[in-house]
Design a binder for this molecule. Structure first.
Ligand code: SF4
Length: 388
């Protein structure tokens, strides 16, 4: 562990202590923003102290072949009036990726809505990213991988993530009849075609947690490399009875104790704002121990806490408010949103459009929202911590 790592661990534990002790959340947010800027400046000056970089999220389209009960996107739950009339052209997407790379973006995440329903656009975006030397990853519901594998296998995804929400009955209850087998076939096909770092994204809810151990053997047989576990959070649209509480976090760990050693690693991802009730509950119980923690060097340091050795299993805690600083998300019509909050609006407003604003202007606009979003982040987390 380096001195820099220790410094960042101390800093983040300090944030949690401050919030738990009732320090004004606005002051805590200011300290966090200053620290994050320092991290980015360090990268700019000396190159490699903490590798961090901007991320561009891309919604290739606003259509999906599924209608999952917990979907975070507002337009899944509302009559979708989306028309592709104003969509970006192929040249617009190419220009965007050139500008993004020149500006300093290192990672492109194809996150929505279902990218394999628009293969022509997705291919152009990926080819441009490949030519410009960007890392790129894709998130899909997996059902269309078998029909699209011939072009997918030409790309070197840093991660291919497929959503699985439980064993067959649970997954199909959430994602629609027959979709478990389709997603499983997608995983198998991706493995056979040589796609690397195949990751299952599991969203823990109140009612699917007990099916995790029944689901995993199927996925391992199909070629799973990594498991990424998230905890469903509240939006204006999804069903609140799905949102897990702290005891579900422990049940999740329990479900993973016999997981196959063929899985390269498992992360249980907790986000300070979205999962504030679970994070605060664990913090108040003393679950997070500084001496066990490590730093995950991604956009900015987040914290890792070991749970099991084999397969390697970690709680991954993000408590730095990176929304509006570490990148943004661009939709098919060019609308720019942050990574989370804006997705819960309908109709989607965003804060800019790539047709009118340069990449640099969009980043500046994004940062003007950072003070408010970071304060909102810590207010939510503090409220949960002080509720006890
Ligand atoms: S597959 Fe993803 S985008 Fe489509 S409805 Fe389900 S959660 Fe939403």
């Amino acid at each position: 562990m380096t001195e820099t790592h220790n410094e960042f661990i101390d800093f983040q534990f300090g944030i949690m202590d401050d919030l738990a002790n009732g320090r004004d959340f606005r002051k805590v947010a200011k300290d966090a923003r200053d620290k994050i800027k320092e991290i980015y400046d360090t990268r700019n000056n000396s190159g490699d102290k903490i590798p961090s970089g901007l991320e561009l999220g891309v919604d290739v389209n606003r259509i999906c072949n599924l209608k999952c009960s917990h979907c975070y996107l507002a337009d899944t739950h509302i009559q979708n009036e989306y028309s592709n009339q104003d969509d970006l052209t192929s040249q617009d997407w190419k220009n965007l990726i050139y500008d993004a790379k020149d500006f300093g973006v290192r990672t492109l995440s194809i996150v929505g809505k279902e990218p394999l329903l628009s293969p022509d656009t997705t291919k152009i975006i990926l080819e441009t990213a490949e030519n410009r030397g960007l890392n790129y990853r894709i998130l899909t519901n997996g059902t269309l991988i078998p029909s699209e594998i011939n072009w997918l296998k030409q790309f070197n995804f840093s991660f291919t993530s497929i959503s699985f929400d439980g064993d067959e009955p649970n997954h199909d209850k959430i994602r629609g009849q027959g979709n478990y087998q389709k997603a499983l076939e997608g995983l198998r096909t991706a493995k056979k075609a040589g796609l690397e770092n195949l990751t299952a994204n599991f969203t823990t809810m109140t009612h699917n947690v007990n099916s995790l151990d029944k689901m995993l053997p199927d996925l391992v047989n199909a070629g799973l490399d990594y498991l990424s576990v998230g905890f469903c959070f509240e939006t204006s649209y999804n069903d609140l009875s799905l949102i897990p509480t702290q005891d579900i976090f422990y049940k999740t760990i329990d479900q993973l104790k016999n997981a196959s050693k063929n899985i390269k690693s498992i992360t249980l991802n907790l986000m300070g704002k979205e999962n504030s009730e679970i994070v605060a509950g664990l913090w108040n119980q003393g679950y997070f121990k500084k001496q066990n923690s490590a730093i995950l060097e991604d956009f900015a340091p987040s914290l890792l806490f070991p749970i099991n050795d084999s397969p390697k299993t970690f709680a991954h805690l993000t408590i730095l408010p990176l929304v509006n600083y570490s990148g943004f998300r661009i939709g098919p019509e060019g609308i720019v949103t942050d990574f989370c909050e804006d997705l819960m609006q309908h109709p989607l407003k965003g804060f800019g459009n790539i047709k009118k604003d340069s990449f640099a202007e969009l980043y500046e606009k994004s940062k003007t929202r950072w003070k408010e979003s970071s304060e909102n982040y810590y207010q939510t987390l503090q409220n949960s911590l002080l509720r006890k």
